[in-house]
Design a binder for this molecule. Structure first.
Ligand SMILES: [Zn+2]
Length: 182
């Protein structure tokens, strides 16, 4: 599944509904639990945002506990994206560094098999998914009606409401054409 735009938004809305997650800020950990993934907060090296480890039926998301709360939420959402979009029946390990990812296809012996890196397209898909999950379009449309988005104070307020960075919110609003001049 590599939906984008409105199709991705519809798929994400279905996922949120199935997970019983309503309102904002979106409870990303509840979405992970719905997909049978356990979320762990652990100190990792600074350049590592998060890890998704899939081995058999065990699915673990490890997020760098040293990072800012908003970034941790984005990382968890990104890893859910890999789980939802890119996981087939194989054991896989995704390690998300700042801009790059290392992904290994493992055997029962563990994750020491030779690497095959995920594609830049998979990274873009995981980021698009994270953006759609953390900032569901219906909530954004409703809330932005009441705000002046060219006002920096309001941009900061709406980002705080969704518990995302102002940068992530700004990108999302542009994608949805909610920031285009009228
Ligand atoms: Zn990734």
């Amino acid at each position: 599944m590599a939906a984008k735009g409105a199709a991705l938004d519809r798929a994400v809305a279905g996922l949120l509904q199935a997970a019983g997650v309503n309102g904002v800020p979106v409870d990303v950990e509840a979405v992970a639990r719905h997909l049978n993934a356990q979320v762990h907060h652990q100190p990792l090296e600074d350049d590592v945002s998060g890890v998704l480890a899939i081995k058999g039926t065990a699915k673990h998301i490890i997020v760098n506990s040293l990072h800012h709360a908003n970034r941790k939420r984005f990382t968890i959402a990104h890893e859910i994206g890999h789980l939802w979009l890119h996981h087939d029946d194989r054991d896989r390990l995704f390690i998300d560094k700042q801009m790059t990812i290392y992904q290994r296809v493992g055997s029962a012996a563990g994750y020491t098999a030779p690497n095959s890196t995920t594609t830049p397209e998979e990274e873009r898909e995981a980021n698009r998914f994270a953006s759609a999950l953390l900032m569901p379009v219906e909530h954004l449309r409703r809330i932005t009606k009441e705000l002046d988005l060219f006002d920096e104070v309001d941009l900061s307020r709406i980002a705080a409401l969704f518990e995302v960075s102002e940068q992530a919110m700004s990108i999302r609003l542009q994608q949805l054409n909610l920031l285009s001049p009228t």
